[in-house]
Ligand binder design. Structure first.
Ligand SMILES: *Cc1c(COP(=O)(O)O)cnc(C)c1O
Length: 442
């Protein structure tokens, strides 16, 4: 592959910077072009309708969802104090307003995986119930929480490969139905996530390798048993669509705050990308609900820029960061994915505005700043979006409209992180902030 690689780097010079772990900002030249998108707005509404049918079940199975009547929703928070501190530290204004979409507070998994991951479990449970019993679409799905159904679901299995949070959301949801659930965890998965799953009756298989290997192993094992359903983070359509319902949720939240995205009122959405499924699904959903003025920007670790690399080169899942000699190591949970999804990048070809890569140290700094200014605690990867604001603003082609801009940093996880672990993250961020001459924006 060396000749091919050389040509590739010649054609895409940013790859050279990426090989040297330098933070880069890539603006997608195809953004906004006409293209055939393989998913439709109707599919997003279908997802929302299924979540609605399951709301009584979720309220019955997860008491923490009582107060939202079984809906899995997160707040959109204006974070003025954080914005001011970011501006001070960067010695540059951020035109417009900065918001946090706090998926870190989502019920059940405390992460964005409560959208896609749980959705796919719900869809499978509905399928089993519809084929094996006389459940109808009009029934109160709380019935699925009864012992009879539990017994039925125990004949079926759910399997998934994960770096942690996907396994956590799918494991918790699947176990609630009574499915035999197995999570194949990659080497970087945190101990507390494995412990929590085991405490809920989930089988955790630990792999001494990357998530790509854990996924492959799960896929292979699930294929042996016709009653075991495999949730494929690298290529599942349902997983992708599950995330997209966030577009409906945030349309209302933006509207309530008087924000109506269009060319003169851009809404930038900063999303950390691992395999690329959650940021792509969310971006797609937003653009289906609000066809103008949404600018999705992905954030990836300098050590794992798999989605950026795949989209830039149009090689998508056909290239892994290791092909370029990049080590794929990051402390950002969920982002240590050396090869991107089979579908996400292709869907995003004309929908993604740009991508930015960050060094791990920066996300700990942002985590600590967010805690200090807004008293909101997120996990390290969930703070990644902050790294992309300054470079996006600096490079934006229409500077005149930026004063009307809305910046939505998607905080992808955090609620379930144990207190002592969160304290270590915070302390690390504080220590890094205390070092002299830190320039956050690059
Ligand atoms: C999974 C995850 C992401 C990235 O989602 P992908 O679908 O893998 O791109 C980002 N942040 C957190 C906290 C996650 O758990």
């Amino acid at each position: 592959m060396t000749d091919e690689l050389e040509q590739l780097i010649h054609k895409f010079p940013l790859l050279n910077n990426m090989q040297h772990y330098q933070p880069i900002t890539w603006i997608n030249p195809e953004f906004g072009e006409e293209a055939e998108i393989p998913f439709t707005q109707a599919e997003v509404f279908d997802v929302a309708a299924r979540f609605k049918r399951f709301a009584p079940y979720l309220a019955a199975a997860f008491p923490e969802t009582h107060k939202t009547d079984g809906q899995l929703i997160s707040p959109l928070l204006k974070i003025d104090k954080m914005q001011t501190v970011l501006e001070d530290r960067n010695a540059a204004e951020i035109p417009g307003n900065v918001y946090l979409k706090a998926d870190s507070m989502l019920p059940i998994s405390g992460s964005i995986k409560s959208r896609g991951g749980i959705y796919e479990v719900l869809k499978f449970a509905e399928h089993v119930a519809m084929t094996e019993t006389n459940l109808t679409y009009s029934d109160d799905y709380a019935v699925l929480a009864t012992p009879d159904y539990h017994k039925l679901f125990a004949d079926y299995g759910i399997m998934v490969g994960s770096t942690g949070n996907l396994g956590l959301s799918i494991g918790m949801a699947a176990a609630s139905f009574g499915f035999k659930t197995t999570v194949h965890m990659s080497v970087d998965a945190r101990q507390w996530k494995k412990d929590m799953l085991r405490a809920n009756g989930v089988t955790v298989v630990e792999h001494d390798d990357s998530v790509s290997v854990a996924i492959a192993q799960g896929r292979k094992e699930a294929a042996k048993d016709p009653h075991t359903y495999f949730i494929d983070d690298e290529g599942s359509k349902d997983l992708f669509l599950g995330y997209s319902a966030a577009g409906i949720e945030i349309q209302k939240q933006l509207t309530d705050d008087g924000i109506f995205p269009d060319a003169d009122h851009p809404v930038f959405v900063y999303l950390p990308a691992g395999v690329g499924g959650s940021p792509s699904g969310v971006s797609f959903g937003l653009q289906m609900m609000m066809p103008e003025g949404i600018y999705p920007v992905f954030a990836e670790p300098t050590h794992v820029p798999s989605v950026t690399m795949g989209m830039m080169t149009h090689l998508y899942d056909k290239i892994a960061v290791t092909d370029l000699g990049i080590d794929g190591k990051t402390l950002a949970d969920g982002l240590a994915v050396p090869r991107s999804s089979k579908i996400a990048g292709r869907v995003m070809r004309t929908l993604l505005y740009g991508a930015h890569t960050f060094s791990d140290d920066d996300i700990y700094r942002y985590l600590a700043l967010l805690a200090d200014t807004q008293n909101i605690y997120v996990e390290p990867s969930a703070a990644a979006g902050f790294s992309a604001i300054a470079p996006t603003v600096a490079g934006f082609e229409n500077q005149a409209v930026l004063k009307n801009a809305t910046h939505v940093v998607w905080a992808t996880g955090g609620k379930l992180v144990p207190t002592d672990e969160m304290q270590r993250y915070y302390d690390k961020g504080r220590a890094l902030l205390a070092e002299p001459q830190q320039v956050l924006a690059r």
